[in-house]
Design a protein. Sequence first.
Length: 117
Amino acid sequence: MVPAVNGTIIVYVRAVLSALTLILTIATIVPGYISMSEFQGNDYKKWLPVDGGWDWHVASTICEWILAIVYCAFLLTFVPEFRLINFEDPVVTLMYLDKIGSAAIPQKTETTMPQDT
């Protein structure tokens, strides 16, 4: 099956980028979990090499940044298709009540409720 907008090369590029995204997601989560289990410090926001799990933490962070770049590249493969989308102004029709015939508006009849005496 050949796409209508792009060629088969883009299909293969998207498949490779999708596979890379899956691999990098796993490569981000697993070392991140290992680094958290080896962490011995007090503050996760100020992770130092002496806190333990530093190498796993750096590996997870590098994979996370590469994942972000690969995902951006994946989204950029859709640019030619997005350029084919056109938005047009909607047509708005105002119907004024004084110009509509009385047949279109149901007339309310006034009803009275019986009162207890």
